[in-house]
Design a protein around this ligand. Sequence first.
Ligand code: 5GP
Length: 172
Amino acid sequence: MPELVPVFTKDQIQKMVAAVARRISHDYKGRSLVLVGVLNGAFMFLADLVRELSIPAQIDFVRVASYGAGTASSGKINLTKDLELDIQNKDVLVIEDIVDTGLTLSCLIDHLKSFGPRSVRVCALLDKRERRERAVPVDYTCQVVKKGFLVGYGLDYAEDYRSLQEIYHLKL
Ligand code: 5GP
C-alpha cells in the first residue's frame, strides 16, 4: 500500500491561499483579470482562491494532460481543452497546482500569449523550484517544496487522492 505522509494541513493551505489572494487583489485592482485554471489539478485551489479575492475576476480553464498515470513529466504538452473566453487585452493569471520542470507552463504561456492578452502571469500553489528544467516566471507562489510526489487538494496520482483536503507526500 502507498504511504501518505502529511505535508500541509487544511489550515496551513487556507492561510497560504488567503495570503496570495490578498497580494493578487492588491496588484490587479482596477484591471480586467481573467483567471485561467489548469485542469484537473488546480480546480480546488482556484475555487478557494477566487472566493478570497476582493476584486472581480473572470474564470476559464484549460486542460493539459502530460503525466498520464506516472509521476514524471513527459516534456510534451497535450492541450485537451482550450480557452473559451476571449482574453485579448485582458490580464491573464494562470492558476497552477504545482510547477515542477516548468515544461508544461512554458508551453502553456506561449499558447496563451498567441491570443493577444495584455499580460500573462502565473500563480502556483506549490513550486518545486529545484527541479526546474525550463526557466518560467512564477509570479505568485504559495509554497516552495522539495522534490517528492505530492497528492491531495486537487493533486492526483492516477486520478486518486484529488479530493483530500490536505497535501501529502506519496511514498510508493
Ligand atoms: P512540469 O511540466 O512543470 O514538470 O509539471 C507540471 C504538472 O505536473 C503539474 O501541473 C502537475 O499536474 C504535475 N505534477 C508535477 N509535480 C507533481 C506532484 O508532485 N504531484 C502531482 N500530483 N502532480 C505533479
